[in-house]
Structures are given as C-alpha cells and as structure tokens.
Design a protein around this ligand. Structure first.
Ligand SMILES: [Zn+2]
Length: 298
C-alpha cells in the first residue's frame, strides 16, 4: 500500500513538536470533518466543538497512531466515536464532563495494532490479524480499479456495505442470481490468493461477504473502497471517465458513503466559501491542543 509521504512527513514533524505542522494538519482536515459531523448534527456549533475534540483526541493518542495507516481514516474514526457519545449523552440528558472527554481518544479498532483487536480475537472464524486483512482488501480494490473490474467492486459493496442479498444485487444490476454467485466465488478465490502469501492466514468463507461479518465491519471501518479526495475532486469536475464516474456515483450516492460525501461537500465549499470560519476554527482547534504539543517538546 503506498503511503502518503507528505502525510507521514507532517506527522513526524508533529511528533517532534512542530507547531506549524500541527496547524497544517488541522487546516487540511477540519473542513471534511465539519462536513462529516454536520451530516449527523443540526447545529454547526456542536459539529465544530466535536471536531475540536477530535483534534485534541488525535494529539492525545498520537502515540497509538500508526503512521502507515490513513490519518484521514483515523480522524474520522475519532470523530465518529465523539459524535456517537455526544448523541447518546444528549438522549440521556447528560452533560459531558471533562473526565469523560479524556476517555477513549483512540478508537478501539486502532489500539495495539500488533494484536488482533478485541472483537476480532473473540471471533474464531477470523484468525488473521486485522492489518494483514486490511492490506489484502486494499490491494484487491486497487487491482479491481486498475483492471476495470468495477462490477466486482460494486457487488462486494452491495453485499458488505448495503447488506443486500444475492437476489437484490442481481435485480439491481440486471444480472442473474447465478451470475452474482459466480462473482462472489471469484472474489473469494482472489482474496484467497492475496492472503495465501501473507503471514496470517484466513479461511475465506461465503459468510465473510455478508454485512454482519467481521470482514465487512473492517471493510467499513477502514473505508477500504473510499475514493481519494483527489479522485472525488476530479469527479466533481466531471473529469473521470465513464466507468469511474459510474463507480463514484455508486459509492457516493447509492451506497451513501458519509465520508466521501463529507469530502465532496467540503471540496464544493472550498471554492465558494468567502467567510473566514476556516481560520477561526483552525485557531480554536490549535489553541485547545497545542499544550500537548509543547509538552512533547520538553
Ligand atoms: Zn467513501
């Protein structure tokens, strides 16, 4: 998996206590995070508060963040947890205390990447370490895209993200049910080949392709099939070819991907936005978290 070199460099700088680098991280991600939070929260102020907490969470859990993994996905995961907690507390009529804010900054699925996370360990059918699985799935997605096998990708997403049955997939795509079963069979074979070389083996079963499987959960949490922001930008400009456009429309609209939609909303706003809320929010996020950065430097 190619690692975003620029991103790794900037995180290294943050580790060394570089304030400009930390500002740049906030600047780079705050817009898409606010858009993501706004999809679940009506009040802009609430969304901004939680984004501020998410950056604080990143700073506090920087030690457990593995720079080989996507910073964007990590930030989305922290924010998603904060939003879930926030909504849960609001329903219970509780106010969040500062103590509660300190808890669980690193999302569970990101803790201790050398051992399978708790829920994976609890499932005997998945004996493979999460990261190996993630790498295999990501390289499969890349192979599909390079080989223009978009239909396989769409079928997998319909099963694992949308939770559709073979019959529903077949009728939505104008295929026969045996054709869908054939695609599933082929996909599992490809996954077997990809994990065959890996240190951690996985015994692939058809049930892995169902939305309630651990593999499907990892697929969603790790945003395995999400489009790069640059690809989404080209999609907005109508610069993708037909196959890519169909796939992007499927993933963003039909599969209703909150993360990609947040990125698209933010990209749209970037061009039109005249207000200086970005600078205001960046400075607020910076001010609330820079104490942890300075502490590192000492
Ligand atoms: Zn997505």
């Amino acid at each position: 998996m190619p690692v975003d070199e620029a991103e790794r460099y900037i995180i290294d700088s943050v580790h060394r206590g570089d304030q400009d680098a930390w500002r740049e991280v906030i600047d780079r991600y705050q817009g898409r995070l606010v858009s993501f939070a706004r999809r679940m929260l009506a009040e802009r102020a609430e969304a901004e508060d939680l984004v501020q907490e998410a950056f604080l969470g990143l700073m506090r859990s920087l030690k457990s963040y593995d720079a080989n993994r996507s910073l964007e996905t990590y930030l989305f995961a922290i924010l998603r947890n904060k939003i879930t907690d926030h909504i849960r507390r609001r329903h219970k009529g509780q106010r969040q205390s500062l103590d509660q804010l300190e808890l669980d900054d690193a999302p569970e699925e990101w803790i201790d990447t050398d051992t399978p996370s708790r829920y994976v360990a609890g499932r005997e059918d998945v004996a493979m370490q999460r990261q190996t699985l993630v790498e295999c799935l990501r390289s499969w997605v890349a192979q599909c895209r390079n080989g223009r096998r978009f239909q396989d990708l769409i079928v997998v997403e319909m099963l694992m993200v949308l939770g559709l049955r073979n019959k529903e997939v077949a009728s939505d795509l104008g295929l026969t049910e045996p054709a869908v079963a054939g695609i599933k069979f082929r996909v599992l074979e490809q996954w077997r080949t990809l994990t065959g070389e890996a240190r951690e083996k996985h015994d692939w079963q058809e049930t892995d392709l169902a939305a309630d499987s651990t593999v499907a959960r990892i697929w969603r949490e790790e945003r395995i099939s999400c489009l790069k922001r640059s690809t989404l930008g080209r999609h907005l400009l109508g610069a993708l070819d037909d196959d890519w456009t169909d796939y992007a429309e499927f993933h963003v609209q039909f599969a209703d991907c909150d993360y990609c939609q947040a990125n698209i909303e933010d990209l749209r706003r970037e061009d039109q936005d005249e207000s200086d809320w970005r600078a205001d929010l960046r400075e607020r996020c910076f001010a609330s978290s820079v104490g942890f950065l300075t502490h590192r430097e000492e």
